[in-house]
Write a protein that binds this ligand. Sequence first.
Ligand code: GBH
Length: 473
Amino acid sequence: MEKFPSDFVWGYATASYQIEGAANEGGRGPSIWDTFCKVPGNIRDGSNGDIATDSYHRYKEDVALLKSYGVRAYRFSLSWSRIIPLGGRQDPVNQEGVAFYRSLIEELLKNDITPYVTLYHWDLPQGLHDRYGGWLNKEEIVQDYVNYAKICFTAFGDLVQNWITHNEPWCVSCLGYQKGVFAPGHKSNTEPWIVAHNLILAHAFTVKLYRDDFKAVQKGQIGITLDFHWPIPYDETPENVEAVKRATDFKLGEFADPIYKGYYPARVKAVIGDRLPEFTAEELAVVKGSSDFFGFNTYTSQIIQDGGDDETNGYVKVGHTRADGTQLGTEAHCSWLQSYPPGFRSLLNYLWKTYEKPIYVTENGFAVKNENVLPLEGVVLDTDRIDYFDGYANAMLQAVVEDGVPVKGYFGWSLLDNFEWADGYETRFGVTYVDYKTQKRTPKQSSQFLKKVCVAHPVFVPLDPHTFISLQW
Ligand code: GBH
């Protein structure tokens, strides 16, 4: 029988703009996502995060759900513009926003749930974007981000010991500034590299601040969360094998290499040339080694072929169809996601070998097809999601027990169905069904499956999902 270590952390993750709602309440200022959602065509169902899952008002109910699911950790993000409505270092702090997060954190601790706090999950204060171009302006944004972080460490750091700076900087820089599918919706071939650079610097100087001024007293850890899906060459031709390396460098190495090793990947430099900013020696000293752990989000694996015109992915074509025409795995409600557990095991091994840091899987989850109607009996039998979690938990168990990869924790995405960015409310990732008309929460069967996994812990016997769901609850 195989076991996860007894201190393994199980939790769920969410993000402020996807769940809080109360967009115009409690003194919150607008973020670039409020603005982006107003443009017709940007969000598939024309929706926005004004109400979302109303978690600003229902946070106690959400914490009770976490408790009932048997997890001991919760990863959520702070809304910068709820804490500093205009965002900048000269702008006033909104005490109502600070009090809200303080109450949420206290509620978690009362229930024995450890907070893992993300400072930035994509909702930049609109004020900073308007004033000086937001992430494009190195001199301003780095100082403003560090100031925002300082306010958070000061206000919550007596209760929070796990900090994550950015969530998925690749999405911020490439989806926000090259593809234009995320806020602020720019389409440029120079901006993503500037934004990526500034994100890295803001992260690094924030970590320096924490280590210099807070860590000795607050005794926490701080790091970053990147996103990556395991890349598989379409075939063994040299072009496609090289394409996998290039895709890895463009998507993962672009952030992980400077942060963990101290340099940008040579393959990215070779293609981007002088569009890729350079770090000064002083900056590099701060950037290198600026993460206590390897935080990452992963959902799928990808079959990679050389070619195409997508620069942000390193000029590769990304798909799920093998050379023999078969699919990698079960398809989700969104076309970019197919279930493929062996890729997760390979990825965990790769990250440990390459970056040599303890790993937190800060997001992992699945959107079941056509899950939009709650069945009358109120039972959501989300079999594909259970299969997914079963496969991914087992792959992780193998990585930990058989391969010796130090994975410290795992956060399912997500506690609740929520605002799925450009997909709006059509795509549901929650282990809790949310009726967006009434805000009623209904636990799905997957929440009960993962509960078995984490409360049976540390003695976890891999379960057959089909046998499992035939049990009575
Ligand atoms: C995570 O991103 C996010 O952190 C989280 O907020 C989100 O709800 C969750 O995934 C589920 O999607 O690349 O143009 O095809 C995962 C990375 C980035 C993958 C956007 C899907 C779709 C747009 N995601 N991508 S595109």
